[in-house]
Design a protein around this ligand. Structure first.
Ligand code: FES
Ligand code: FES
Length: 132
Protein backbone atom coordinates (compact mmCIF):
# COMPACT_ATOMS: atom_id res chain seq x y z
CA UNK A 1 0.00 0.00 0.00
CA UNK A 2 1.49 3.36 -0.99
CA UNK A 3 1.07 6.22 1.44
CA UNK A 4 1.12 9.84 0.35
CA UNK A 5 4.07 12.11 1.11
CA UNK A 6 1.88 14.37 3.23
CA UNK A 7 0.78 11.44 5.32
CA UNK A 8 4.31 10.21 5.85
CA UNK A 9 5.49 13.74 6.68
CA UNK A 10 2.81 14.18 9.37
CA UNK A 11 3.58 10.73 10.70
CA UNK A 12 7.34 11.26 10.86
CA UNK A 13 7.18 14.90 11.99
CA UNK A 14 3.92 15.15 13.87
CA UNK A 15 2.91 18.72 14.76
CA UNK A 16 1.58 19.75 18.13
CA UNK A 17 2.22 16.57 20.09
CA UNK A 18 1.65 17.08 23.78
CA UNK A 19 -0.98 17.78 26.33
CA UNK A 20 -2.51 20.63 28.28
CA UNK A 21 -3.94 20.85 31.77
CA UNK A 22 -7.44 19.53 31.28
CA UNK A 23 -8.66 21.33 34.42
CA UNK A 24 -8.00 24.74 32.94
CA UNK A 25 -11.20 26.51 32.00
CA UNK A 26 -9.79 27.62 28.66
CA UNK A 27 -8.94 24.05 27.66
CA UNK A 28 -11.29 21.57 26.01
CA UNK A 29 -10.37 17.89 25.91
CA UNK A 30 -11.65 15.22 23.57
CA UNK A 31 -10.78 11.59 24.11
CA UNK A 32 -12.10 9.10 21.59
CA UNK A 33 -11.45 5.52 20.63
CA UNK A 34 -11.97 3.69 17.38
CA UNK A 35 -14.08 0.57 17.88
CA UNK A 36 -12.67 -0.90 14.67
CA UNK A 37 -9.10 -1.14 15.93
CA UNK A 38 -8.91 0.04 19.54
CA UNK A 39 -6.74 3.06 18.76
CA UNK A 40 -7.17 6.06 21.06
CA UNK A 41 -6.81 9.76 20.31
CA UNK A 42 -6.67 12.64 22.78
CA UNK A 43 -7.05 16.09 21.32
CA UNK A 44 -7.03 19.33 23.29
CA UNK A 45 -7.74 22.92 22.38
CA UNK A 46 -7.02 26.17 24.17
CA UNK A 47 -9.64 28.79 23.49
CA UNK A 48 -9.48 32.57 23.87
CA UNK A 49 -12.31 34.45 25.62
CA UNK A 50 -13.40 35.50 22.11
CA UNK A 51 -13.93 31.86 21.18
CA UNK A 52 -10.90 31.42 18.93
CA UNK A 53 -8.71 28.32 19.17
CA UNK A 54 -5.23 29.63 19.92
CA UNK A 55 -3.51 26.31 20.48
CA UNK A 56 -4.10 22.61 19.96
CA UNK A 57 -2.28 19.50 21.12
CA UNK A 58 -2.76 15.80 20.62
CA UNK A 59 -1.62 12.43 21.82
CA UNK A 60 -2.57 9.47 19.71
CA UNK A 61 -1.99 5.86 20.58
CA UNK A 62 -2.58 4.31 17.24
CA UNK A 63 -1.66 3.78 13.68
CA UNK A 64 0.29 6.13 11.44
CA UNK A 65 -2.83 7.39 9.71
CA UNK A 66 -4.42 8.29 13.03
CA UNK A 67 -1.26 10.13 14.10
CA UNK A 68 -1.10 11.98 10.77
CA UNK A 69 -4.84 12.83 10.94
CA UNK A 70 -4.52 14.28 14.43
CA UNK A 71 -1.37 16.19 13.51
CA UNK A 72 -3.12 17.71 10.51
CA UNK A 73 -6.30 18.66 12.35
CA UNK A 74 -4.37 20.40 15.14
CA UNK A 75 -2.75 22.55 12.46
CA UNK A 76 -6.07 23.26 10.80
CA UNK A 77 -7.99 24.31 13.90
CA UNK A 78 -5.50 26.89 15.14
CA UNK A 79 -6.87 30.37 14.60
CA UNK A 80 -10.36 29.08 13.84
CA UNK A 81 -13.56 29.74 15.74
CA UNK A 82 -15.19 26.81 17.53
CA UNK A 83 -17.89 26.60 14.88
CA UNK A 84 -15.36 26.61 12.04
CA UNK A 85 -13.27 23.92 13.73
CA UNK A 86 -16.36 21.87 14.48
CA UNK A 87 -17.37 21.81 10.86
CA UNK A 88 -14.17 20.15 9.62
CA UNK A 89 -15.13 16.89 7.95
CA UNK A 90 -13.14 13.71 8.10
CA UNK A 91 -13.43 13.53 4.32
CA UNK A 92 -11.31 16.70 4.07
CA UNK A 93 -8.61 15.05 6.18
CA UNK A 94 -8.81 11.81 4.22
CA UNK A 95 -8.50 13.77 0.99
CA UNK A 96 -5.58 15.93 2.16
CA UNK A 97 -3.64 12.88 3.32
CA UNK A 98 -4.87 10.63 0.51
CA UNK A 99 -5.87 7.97 3.01
CA UNK A 100 -6.61 4.56 1.57
CA UNK A 101 -10.17 3.30 2.19
CA UNK A 102 -9.21 1.00 5.08
CA UNK A 103 -7.73 4.03 6.86
CA UNK A 104 -10.68 6.38 6.51
CA UNK A 105 -11.85 5.55 10.03
CA UNK A 106 -8.57 7.01 11.32
CA UNK A 107 -9.66 10.42 10.00
CA UNK A 108 -13.11 9.95 11.55
CA UNK A 109 -11.33 9.61 14.87
CA UNK A 110 -9.80 13.06 14.36
CA UNK A 111 -13.16 14.63 13.49
CA UNK A 112 -14.76 13.00 16.51
CA UNK A 113 -11.90 14.11 18.77
CA UNK A 114 -12.09 17.77 17.78
CA UNK A 115 -15.88 17.73 18.19
CA UNK A 116 -15.50 16.15 21.64
CA UNK A 117 -12.90 18.76 22.63
CA UNK A 118 -15.19 21.58 21.50
CA UNK A 119 -18.19 20.25 23.40
CA UNK A 120 -16.04 19.72 26.50
CA UNK A 121 -14.93 23.34 26.31
CA UNK A 122 -18.49 24.53 25.77
CA UNK A 123 -19.98 22.57 28.63
CA UNK A 124 -17.19 23.69 30.99
CA UNK A 125 -17.75 27.31 30.10
CA UNK A 126 -21.52 27.26 29.78
CA UNK A 127 -21.41 28.13 26.09
CA UNK A 128 -24.66 27.24 24.38
CA UNK A 129 -24.47 25.39 21.09
CA UNK A 130 -25.35 27.44 18.06
CA UNK A 131 -28.85 26.70 16.77
CA UNK A 132 -28.71 23.50 14.76
FE1 FES B 1 -3.06 -1.37 14.81
FE2 FES B 1 -4.46 0.89 14.59
S1 FES B 1 -5.08 -1.09 14.18
S2 FES B 1 -2.45 0.62 15.23
FE1 FES C 1 -7.59 2.48 13.60
FE2 FES C 1 -5.98 3.96 12.26
S1 FES C 1 -7.25 4.57 13.85
S2 FES C 1 -6.19 1.82 12.13
Amino acid sequence: MAYSEKLIDHYENPRNVGSMDKNEMSVGTGLVGAPACGDVMKLQIKVTPEGIIEDAKFKTFGCGSAIASSSLITEWVKGKSLDEAGSIKNSQIAEELALPPVKVHCSILAEDAIKAAISDYKSKNGVADAAE
